[in-house]
Design a protein around this ligand. Structure first.
Ligand code: MF3
Ligand code: CO
Ligand code: CO
Length: 288
């Protein structure tokens, strides 16, 4: 069977988080509050970010292991949710600005923020990005990765490989004293116009805040003149497309971002620490 059109589907009931798990401030009312400027992490924050990143990575791997035709996105969300709460973490996306689920799952033309539901099944030939963020010890760890369902076409394989490389190239551009725009410049140089680079969503400072005041463009934007400093933590999460890089958001849910021309999108994200001579990757992808 070929893939039917992607549509919003019914959601499962809100998943529970044991009372003993420490929640972020927005968990109750959905509002993260004022945005803080980036600052160096303390040793304790950093130790907890390593654990949060590890938990998010384990949850991503567990969900990815269940990918198969016929599996619903809600089932993948359930698996990731259970790993996080079993390890004592709060699934960061749950009620973040009202977002209803514990992961984002974005299939084919969905760029990001796809909401797992009970009706959307995976089909052979799909690509999907699973994005998992865990909150542990007062800090967040955030990663995503794009996977194939069975055999996929050559264009999608190339797109996924280029997106993996774009993340590496972006990470390699980070230097203390360097500028945030170095990341987008390096990615643009690598992409050479072969793919669209999504510019309406970006990477971000991360730590006690899910998204702090640092914004990371994946295309070159000369306004990104902030300088990196050791101890800073951020994500790089390029989204590349096979066609238009322009995004539009489904009116029906206010979240799901799709390419305006229906072209496919891949994404790869890591949480990073700026070191004395570059960047250390805190999250772990599933080996490909
Ligand atoms: N994890 C996503 C990111 O990479 C953010 C998801 S926010 C949500 O930044 F509200 F959509 F869940
Ligand atoms: Co992120
Ligand atoms: Co993410």
């Amino acid at each position: 069977m070929s893939r039917p059109q992607l549509l919003p589907g019914p959601l499962s009931p809100r998943r529970k988080v044991p009372k003993t798990i420490t929640r972020p401030s927005y968990a109750l009312l959905g509002e993260p509050g004022p945005t803080h400027p980036p600052r160096a992490r303390t040793a304790e924050e950093l130790a907890n970010m390593r654990v949060a990143s590890d938990i998010a990575s384990e949850a991503l791997a567990a969900a990815a292991a269940a990918i198969a035709p016929g599996v619903t996105t809600d089932e993948l969300d359930r698996i990731a949710h259970e790993v996080m709460v079993d390890r004592g973490a709060y699934p960061s996306t749950l009620n973040y600005r009202g977002y209803p689920k514990s992961t984002c799952i974005s299939i084919n033309e969905v760029i990001c923020h796809g909401i797992p539901d009970l009706q959307t099944e995976l089909f052979e030939g799909d690509i999907l990005t699973i994005d998992v963020t865990a909150y542990y010890g007062g800090v967040h760890g955030d990663l995503n990765q794009t996977f194939a369902v069975g055999e996929i076409d050559q264009h999608s394989r190339d797109l996924m490989a280029a997106t993996r490389r774009a993340l590496e190239v972006g990470i390699e551009a980070i230097r203390p004293g360097g500028q945030v725009r170095d990341i987008g410049r390096a990615i643009e140089k690598f992409v050479r116009g072969r793919y669209g680079i999504v510019h309406q969503f970006g990477g971000h400072g991360i730590g006690p805040d899910f998204h702090d005041g640092l914004h990371v463009q994946h295309n070159y934007d000369r306004r990104g003149t902030e300088r990196f400093f050791p101890g800073q933590t951020l994500t790089v999460e390029p989204m590349l497309t096979l066609g238009s890089a322009e995004a539009r958001i489904w009116e029906s849910d206010g979240w799901t971002a799709v390419t305006v021309d229906g072209s496919r999108c891949a994404q790869e994200e890591h949480t990073l620490l700026v070191t004395e001579d570059g960047a250390e990757v805190l999250t772990t992808h599933v080996p490909v």
